[in-house]
Design a binder for this molecule. Structure first.
Ligand SMILES: [Zn+2]
Length: 76
């Protein structure tokens, strides 16, 4: 089990990136899987991707439901 902090980026231009955003607010994981790695918000430490495998998710931007930061998951 490893934890990775994601990179905080400015809000991407409309249409330039795949952005996952939830209306629900709070500390929770947007994606839960059966892997062995966690991806954390680079700003507040909220676990955004829980139990995923490194490389499973690439080039996605997650809006942290806890602090609204844009987290870039490069995935490699
Ligand atoms: Zn956050």
């Amino acid at each position: 089990m490893s934890d990775y902090s994601m990179e905080i980026i400015p809000k991407p231009e409309e249409g330039t990136a795949a952005v996952l955003k939830f209306n629900k607010k709070g500390k929770f994981a947007i994606i839960k899987g059966n892997g062995s790695d966690n991806y954390l918000c680079g700003a507040c430490g909220n676990i955004i991707c829980q139990n995923v495998n490194r490389g499973q998710i690439i080039n996605l931007v997650f809006v942290c439901p806890n602090c609204d930061s844009y987290n870039f998951l490069k995935g490699t």
